[in-house]
Ligand binder design. Structure first.
Ligand code: SAM
Length: 245
């Protein structure tokens, strides 16, 4: 995966992203909470993708913008109703090259973990802090790492088994770099398709520490977009950070 960079995931998956079975189905709940947190201010989504969250936010009258590194993902967004009206900055969200401040910045569906080093993740937090209004909020939706998924550092999973098509997910885990390197492999009679994904996961406590270093503090952590309680059994968290002072 030496050639993998911040554009790879989106460029390779854009044509099928919207129909992937793993894309979250709690979009309405996410949009409701994000809209409430945004109030009447500007909103920025890191890794806006095909607009799964940004488009319904815009439809509620919210001034939403995005950042993404993949032209193919943003091109999909542009084909949808309202998709041309959302300003998108092309680039890496490790550094937010956007003007002004926002009442809400968010990064959903584990996308923060697409930043592959602690250094990039720290830079992202610092950059978010520099673009938040004094009462603004930064929301991260991310999985809670579950290392029992891996057997001797690897995992193989039959995701789809159909008559003319199978999908196999393969992953290797590096516990030192906190990195997962994966391929979603789709095999049909006409060929094989590879969709690579790389992640650097964090425990919630590391996110909180990075936030503190950036001058943010954790205000709330929920187990889901409906503000479910967060606990040891939660598979994911919705974390809300605000400027510390
Ligand atoms: C899993 S998709 C999420 C899309 C959308 N937020 C959603 O929830 O459906 C991740 C998106 O982040 C983008 N992305 C990944 N790494 C990035 C980076 N370092 N800088 C900017 N965008 C990035 C990808 O191109 C892709 O569009």
């Amino acid at each position: 995966m030496a050639d993998y960079d911040e554009t790879t995931y989106g460029e390779r998956i854009a044509d099928v992203y919207d129909s992937l079975p793993e894309v979250p189905t709690d979009t309405d709940e996410a949009v409701a909470l994000l809209a409430e947190l945004a109030g009447s201010g500007r909103v920025l989504e890191l890794g806006i993708g095909t607009g799964r969250l940004a488009l319904p936010l815009q439809a509620r009258g919210i001034k939403v913008e995005g950042i993404d590194s993949s032209a193919a993902m943003v091109e999909k967004l542009r084909t949808k109703p309202g998709g041309r009206a959302i300003p998108v900055t092309m680039g890496n969200f490790a550094d937010l090259k956007v003007d002004g401040r926002f009442s809400l910045i968010f990064v959903a569906f584990n996308t923060f973990f697409a930043l592959l080093t602690q250094e990039d993740q720290l830079r992202c937090f610092a950059s978010v802090a520099a673009h938040l209004e004094p009462q603004g909020g930064f929301v991260i939706e991310a999985f809670v790492p579950d290392l029992t998924r891996f057997d001797r550092g690897q995992r193989l999973q039959a995701m789809e088994v159909e008559m003319e098509r199978v999908r196999i997910d393969l992953a290797r885990h590096d516990p030192i770099g906190q990195q997962i390197v994966a391929q979603h492999v789709v095999i049909t009679e006409t060929g094989t398709r590879f969709n690579p994904v790389r992640l650097r996961y964090c425990w919630p406590s590391e996110l909180d520490l990075m936030a503190r270093l950036a001058g943010l503090r954790l205000e709330n952590r929920w187990g889901g977009w409906l503000r479910q309680l967060f606990g040891a059994g939660s598979g994911k968290h919705i974390s809300l950070y605000r400027p510390a002072s």
